[in-house]
Structures are given as structure tokens and as C-alpha cells.
Write a protein that binds this ligand. Structure first.
Ligand code: G16
Length: 544
């Protein structure tokens, strides 16, 4: 193989965010060597991969296939022994994690900007996952960034494009490139975790569901598993064809963007169960008939019912949630006598806890739920977990959640997003709040009193690494909370996220509409942070 050394120069904006490097598609396509710089900086940050296996796949968005061809050539030139690529260039994020683990790969690249829209004028992204199948920890992402700041060359080679349309193997010099079925390894893992017979019987009994693939990666996975394997009627999976522009939609499974599914589930005679996943298949939304399950509640319900599901029948080692996620799962952990860890936002913070056997289940308010079966959050896994519980308990989604609240109390919860605001102004707002944090304790807000306020920091209990500046918390004496953070996944301007939560033990108050139940805290959040003054917005763009 003729290895080519190509001269290049650094870009100063290649620091990975909450989940990899996300930019406008044109940045990757039109800035010379933008992708190559990031890929080579990643290789240069790693040691010991010569002759080992690299996994490559993506969510099928615009630019996916072209990026894969570039990465395959670079992987060969850098000395990987084998590259596993999903057919058509596809691999959902959890499937990529599964494949990395199953084939003991050195690591993998996932091409995705997750739930961000796709297309030439939308977003593209790339992230590196390590040997455990999980997102690279901060020490690797920081090393990648440092390398990207002094990069002078990248390595590639002359080779024909790989035939991504056909499963099979080819050689580039000493490197074997294998195009794999992107679904089968993942489907096999799901079969090991869940009672497929019970779910099959549920569908045979006439149970109906609607799964929204949002024209993104999970469509083919859901078709294969729900319809073909589990016998759900054809048509159960809607928007199932992945498209390079996700059909022009915004594949974020929430009440705003999963519009078609929401219409069905809140319309006349809805199916018993509704679910959606996002661009790269790691997020999930769970719906009952006219009923939305918050991601925080969903995690708590899965934890409380885990032993009814084969893969978790021996119980949970522990659980974890990101800091802004509601404390619903904390109540379950307390009842089960297991530890609940509180981590910063970002799936990468769960990896060490899972590798060390400290947790089995974890989740985030941002529609992510998962377990130690892989090292990514997993949308379809969460849907199958719910289906398994529904098959065993023979109750509706709403009845299960209502019963859960009766037993554990309800953590009434909402997130308000202010998308596309001015970045500098949003950072000023956060700084202003930070400067005044120390004046807040003991202050009365209606009948509540502020217990403390801080900027969340985290010390990893496994390797002692520290993460600071992870979100400003205002904690009240009754357990209520308000959290302010700026999103780390956007590509333009800033998104302010405000998370609001109140614990309600009194079941007579569980039916109050969420925004009404949290009205006083929402008003206080607006006034204390001076949201309108800094962002020019009096109302959020998205409420979840
Ligand atoms: C990513 C991360 C998640 C995080 C979410 C939101 O999800 O993997 O851990 O919770 O972003 O992050 P932020 O609030 O910073 O926008 P995904 O689905 O986009 O990969």
C-alpha cells in the first residue's frame, strides 16, 4: 500500500462538545481537511492500535458515506488491521457500541450529529468511541483537541471506494475492510436481554403500538426487530426509511418534533403504546394513550421493574442519572437499597461506573436511557424494556406510571429550552448568575426557602478525574430544584436549558398539569436569571 503523507494546518474549533465534534455539514465538506484533521488527531492521541480493529458507521445523514470512505483509507494508512463498516455506511450509535464490544475492537468512529437536523445546510458530526464501546472520556477528547491544534500532516492511501452496498470483505494493503450487517449483532443482543416470547404473545393478543423512526437510523432496526422478529403488524413502524436529510425533519424524539407520532397517540383511538427514537438511535420517547412519560420517570419505572425482565432478573448493581435529570430514580434506588450516582450531562460520564460494575441502569432527562449491555444510551432497547414490562404486567403505560407515583411520589419535572440565542449574551447570563450564587441561600421564594446554590462539579469515583462548571443549581429546602446550563451539542449560537423540578409525595396532587404545578418555580427561574434581559426571549422554544 502506498501511504501518502498530506500536509495540513490546524483549525482552532475542533474541541469535542457533550458528544463529539458537531458542526454545520458545509464545514466538514468545504473546509479543506476538516474531517481528516480530526480523524488524524484522534489516531495520534491513541496508542497501540496497529493491527487492531476499528468500527465505522453512521446515522445515514448527508455526508455519511463520503466521510466513511475517507476514514477507511486513513485507518488503513495508519495501520489498523481490520475495519468493520456497517452496510450502506449505517450503524446506530448503540449498535456501534455493541459491535465494538462484541468484536473486541480497539474503538470506533460514529458519524452523527444525533438529533440535529441533517442535510447540506444542516449538521454533521463525528465522535470516537473507545474499546469499552463508550464515548471517549474527557482525557481522550481533550488530547484529540490538543493534537488538532498542532497537526501538520495526515496519512491516507490510494484505494478504490469500498462497496458499502454489499456485505463482504476486501483488502486495502494489509488492512481487511469488512462490510457487516448493521442490525444482526444488535438484534441478537436484544434477544438475550428481553423475553421475546412474551412480547410476541402481547402482539398476538391484539396489542398495538406505533414506533416513529423519524426517517433516521432506527427505522430498519425497528422494522427488523418489532415487525419481523416480534410479529408487530406491518405499519407499526412509521417514517422507517432513513433519508440523508431525515425527510427534512428534526429527529429529536420529544413532544414538539415527533409530531406525527404525537398526533396519533393523542388523537382518537390511539394504539396502546407509542415510541420514537432519534437521528442516531440512542434517544427514546415513551408514550401511552394520551400520556407522555418523562425520560426521568421512564428511567425510574425501568429501575423499579427491572427484575421482571430476563436480562436484569438478578437485580441492579446501582443506578446513575445526570445531574439535571429528576430525582425520580433516586427514590427507587433508596427503596432498593442501592446507590444512585449523580453525574454531569453526557453519556461519557457513565462509562467508568459501568466498567467498574457500580451501575447497571442509567439515564438522562434528554431522552436517553441505557444499561451496561453496551456503553451508549439505547433508544430501541428502552422501547423493548417497556414492551417487556407491558407484556408481563398487563397494565397500560399510564397505569404503570400512576402506580409508580403512588408508591414513590412524583418528581414533577419540566425542561425549558431557549434555542438559538446569542452565545456571548447567554454566557454573560450564566456568569451573572454564578456571581450571585452565594447570595441566594436562605432566600424565601413563596413558601419555599433556598437551601443552597452552586455550580455542579463531579469527581469520578473510579479514576478521580474532575469535571467542573457543569450547571448552576438552585436547590430548595423541600427538594425542589432549578438548574441552568448551556447545551454542549449545538452548532450555532447557544441553547439555554432550564430544568425545573418539584417532589410531590401527596398523590391527590399528582394529576396537576406539569407547567401549572411548577408555575411559581418557572417564574422565579425567569426573574433570578433575567432570562428575557439576556436572551430577548420571554418564552422557551421547546418545552419537554
Ligand atoms: C448528547 C449526549 C447526552 C446529553 C445530550 C444533551 O446526546 O450524549 O449525554 O444529555 O447530548 O446534551 P446538551 O444538553 O449538552 O445539549 P445526543 O443524543 O445528542 O448524543
Amino acid at each position: 500500500m502506498d501511504i501518502k503523507t498530506i500536509a495540513t494546518t490546524p483549525y482552532d474549533d475542533q474541541r469535542p462538545g457533550t458528544s463529539g465534534l458537531r458542526k454545520k455539514t458545509r464545514v466538514f465538506l468545504e473546509k479543506p481537511n476538516y474531517l481528516e484533521n480530526f480523524v488524524q488527531s484522534t489516531f495520534d492521541s491513541l496508542e497501540g492500535f496497529k493491527g487492531k480493529t476499528l468500527v465505522v458507521g453512521g446515522d445515514g445523514r448527508y455526508g455519511n458515506k463520503r466521510a466513511i470512505q475517507t476514514i477507511v483509507r486513513m485507518a488503513a494508512a495508519n495501520g489498523f488491521g481490520r475495519v468493520l463498516v456497517g452496510k450502506y455506511g449505517l450503524l446506530s450509535t448503540p449498535a456501534a457500541s455493541c459491535v465494538i464490544r462484541k468484536y473486541q475492537a480497539f474503538g470506533g468512529f460514529i458519524l452523527s450529529a444525533s438529533h440535529n437536523p441533517a442535510g447540506i445546510d444542516e449538521d454533521f458530526g463525528i465522535k470516537y468511541n473507545a474499546t469499552n464501546g463508550g464515548p471517549a472520556p474527557e482525557k481522550i477528547t481533550e488530547a484529540i483537541y490538543q493534537h488538532s491544534q498542532r497537526i501538520e500532516r495526515y496519512l491516507t492511501c490510494e484505494a478504490e471506494d469500498i462497496h458499502l452496498e454489499k456485505v463482504g470483505s476486501t483488502q486495502i494493503g494489509d488492512t481487511e475492510v469488512v462490510v457487516i450487517n448493521p442490525i444482526s449483532d444488535y438484534a441478537e443482543l436484544m434477544q438475550k436481554l428481553f423475553d421475546f416470547d412474551a412480547i410476541r404473545a402481547l402482539f398476538q393478543s391484539g396489542f398495538r403500538m406505533c414506533f416513529d423512526g423519524m426517517h433516521a437510523i432506527t427505522g430498519p432496526y425497528a422494522k427488523a426487530i418489532l415487525e419481523k422478529e416480534l410479529g408487530a403488524p406491518q405499519g407499526t413502524v412509521i417514517n422507517h426509511m432513513p433519508r440523508p436529510d431525515f425527510g427534512g425533519g428534526h429527529p429529536d424524539p420529544n413532544l414538539t418534533y415527533a409530531e406525527k407520532l404525537v398526533k396519533i397517540m393523542f388523537g382518537p383511538k390511539p394504539p396502546e403504546f407509542g415510541a420514537a427514537s432519534d437521528g442516531d438511535g440512542d434517544r427514546n420517547m415513551i408514550l401511552g394513550q394520551h400520556f407522555f412519560v418523562t425520560p426521568s420517570d421512564s428511567l425510574a419505572v425501568l429501575a423499579a421493574n427491572a427484575t421482571r425482565v430476563p436480562g436484569y432478573k438478578d437485580g441492579l448493581a446501582g443506578v446513575a442519572r445526570s445531574m439535571p435529570t429528576s430525582a425520580a430514580v433516586d427514590q427507587v434506588a433508596k427503596a432498593l437499597g442501592i446507590t444512585c450516582y449523580e453525574t454531569p450531562t453526557g453519556w461519557k460520564f457513565f462509562g467508568n461506573l459501568m466498567d467498574a460494575g457500580k451501575i447497571t441502569l442509567c439515564g438522562e432527562e434528554s431522552f436517553g436511557t441505557g444499561s451496561d449491555h453496551v456503553r451508549e444510551k439505547d433508544g430501541l432497547w428502552a422501547v423493548l424494556f417497556w414492551l417487556n414490562i407491558l407484556a408481563v404486567r398487563k397494565m397500560s403505560v399510564e397505569a404503570i406510571v400512576q402506580e409508580h407515583w403512588q408508591k414513590y411520589g412524583r418528581n414533577i419535572y419540566t425542561r425549558h429550552d431557549f434555542e438559538g440565542v446569542d452565545k456571548a449574551r447567554a454566557e454573560d447570563m450564566m456568569q451573572n448568575l454564578r456571581n450571585r450564587m452565594h447570595t441566594l441561600p436562605d432566600r424565601a421564594v413563596g413558601t419555599l426557602r433556598i437551601a443552597y446554590s452552586d455550580d455542579f462539579s463531579y469527581t469520578d469515583p473510579v479514576d478521580g478525574s474532575k469535571a467542573t462548571g457543569q450547571g448552576i443549581r438552585i436547590q430548595f429546602n423541600d427538594g425542589s430544584r432549578i438548574v441552568f446550563r448551556l447545551s454542549g451539542t449545538g452548532t450555532e449560537g447557544a441553547t439555554l436549558r432550564v430544568y425545573i423540578e418539584r417532589y410531590e409525595a401527596d398523590s391527590t396532587k399528582h394529576q396537576t398539569e406539569t407547567q401549572t404545578a411548577l408555575k411559581d418555580l418557572i417564574a422565579f427561574a425567569h426573574s433570578i436569571a433575567e432570562i428575557e434581559k439576556y436572551t430577548g426571549r420571554s418564552k422557551p422554544t421547546v418545552i419537554t
